[in-house]
Design a protein around this ligand. Structure first.
Ligand SMILES: *Cc1c(COP(=O)(O)O)cnc(C)c1O
Length: 465
């Protein structure tokens, strides 16, 4: 076979892709008809495809390229580490410097007494670790009946059996017999979509109190933990009302259950803090990390664990681990990423420049006839599409129809913006400049205009009854 390179005609690359490559979260037949977009290189906040088209990446890859593309320091760190020690494990009473240094650095950055890191290869793996670790923790404490995890509908915690069960995605649960037993879901704090006539403050309290009701229903002696993203990412950038997290914290403090904050998206500067928990004043016992930990340059994740849980687990063996736990190359790259985030004061850029600029520019989309709300925290943003702004109505069409049309218009205007149902979401690299934020919002507005026209022509602007 001839070598396959960037220089091959796009059509040939697409044909080989369709023949041999199974894509995640993709309808393969639909993709084959259309042909995948082939991304060939990237720099800063921009991608280029095999046709030479320049695209603004409003999603930082999959919520992960926090420092932007093209940082050769990370490539150098990987090459150095590969030459010195490309692989060694951390099982059997061994360790290596990249894993030591990264764990120590994460402990320094993490709030409170979250001083211990169990490494994984991804966010999904880290949440699987959490599931097993928390159950084992309670067993060691002499409470083996405390096994149930309470999570939320429309949460995303990963795609493996355990993490997809922790997640609350109905479509995912409909395949493969999920969720696993011992995982239950309460409603999400999504005021715009589900708040009805309540004020956001009332609604936030009501949704938090579902946690207390669920604990009382199951019995405190059976509940192991509550897991949640500070801001739901893949669920549509759902920013909870201000009353929500303090009430969740009160309930977790009152009953003897662990709080697991899934920081895979919110961590490493996305909200302007090192961790989203700090934005909301949450005090988790465990944090899940991945994505921005390495800015996506290497696959790595982990569980950041508080002193008490780590101490409890330290007597006797926890029969769990991954071949690539603390992989030296991934750890070296993550360390270099954290160095850049700190030394270039990228959080300062988010807080003083990018987030305030985005907040204002993004909010201006709220006047668009198709937009019901336009919200952001840090460099996470969402707009809710609606056929009727006054009533926050949903569309009569199948959920996601308007979102899909809008996403297609974004692509056509060289902007990557995702849709989650009929919400459009952004999560650009943290290094984005005010000029590129303006460009992003201008392209989003053009896409909304075009989508609005298409939806009207197709008779899809009707509200659900
Ligand atoms: C992406 C994501 C995960 C899963 O991480 P993977 O690296 O894809 O396994 C878990 N939790 C949240 C909040 C995520 O956004």
């Amino acid at each position: 076979m001839q070598p396959i390179t960037n220089h091959m005609p796009t059509a040939e690359l697409r044909a080989l892709d369709a023949a041999h490559h199974m894509h995640p979260f993709t309808d393969a037949a639909a993709l084959e008809k259309k042909g995948a977009r082939v991304i060939t290189r990237a720099d800063g906040v921009r991608l280029w495809d095999s046709e030479g088209t320049e695209i603004l990446d409003g999603m930082a890859g999959l919520w992960c390229v926090n420092i932007g593309y093209g940082r050769t320091e990370l490539a150098d760190a990987a090459a150095r580490q590969m030459r010195e020690l490309p692989y060694y494990n951390t099982f059997f009473q061994t360790t290596h410097v990249p894993a030591i240094a990264l764990a120590a650095r994460i402990a320094e950055l993490a709030p409170g007494d979250l001083n211990h890191v169990f490494f994984a290869g991804s966010g999904s793996e880290a949440n699987d670790t959490n599931l097993r670790m928390v159950r084992h923790y309670w067993a060691v404490k002499g409470k083996p009946e405390k096994t149930v995890f309470i999570s939320r509908k429309n949460a995303y915690h990963g795609s493996s059996m355990g993490s997809a069960s922790l997640g609350g995605m109905q479509a995912m649960h409909s395949q493969g017999g999920l969720p696993l037993p011992g995982i239950v879901h309460i409603d999400q704090p999504y005021w715009y979509g589900e708040g009805g006539d309540m004020t956001p403050a009332e609604f936030g309290l009501a949704r938090a109190r579902q946690l207390e009701e669920k604990i009382l229903e199951l019995g405190e002696d059976r509940v192991a933990a509550f897991i949640a993203e500070p801001i739901q990412g893949a669920g549509g950038v759902i920013i909870p009302p201000e009353t929500y997290w303090p009430e969740i914290q009160r309930i977790c403090d009152k009953y003897e259950i662990l709080l697991v904050a899934d920081e895979v998206i919110c961590g490493f500067g996305r909200t302007g803090h090192w961790f989203g928990s700090q934005h909301f004043g949450i005090r988790p016992h465990i944090m899940t990390i991945a994505k921005g930990l390495s800015s996506g340059y290497q696959p790595i994740g982990g569980s950041v664990v508080c002193d008490e849980v780590a101490e409890t687990l330290s007597h006797g063996e926890f029969y769990h681990g991954y071949t690539y736990s603390g992989h030296p190359v991934a750890a070296a790259v993550a360390l270099e990423n954290l160095r850049i985030l700190e030394e270039e004061d990228i959080l300062g850029h988010v807080n003083r420049v990018a987030a305030p600029h985005l907040a204002e520019a993004w909010a201006s989309l709220a006047d668009h006839p198709l937009v019901g709300e336009a919200v952001s925290v840090g460099l996470l943003g969402a707009v809710a599409l609606t056929p009727d702004k006054a009533t926050r109505a949903k569309f009569a069409a199948e959920p996601g129809t308007a979102g899909f049309v809008t996403r297609e218009r974004c692509f056509a205007n060289n902007l990557v913006m995702r849709h989650v149902g009929d919400r459009m979401v952004i999560s650009p690299p943290l290094i984005i400049t005010p000029g590129d934020i303006d460009l992003l919002v201008a392209r989003a507005r053009t896409a909304l205009d075009e989508a609005h026209a298409i939806l009207r022509t197709d008779g899809l602007l009707r509200a659900a009854a």
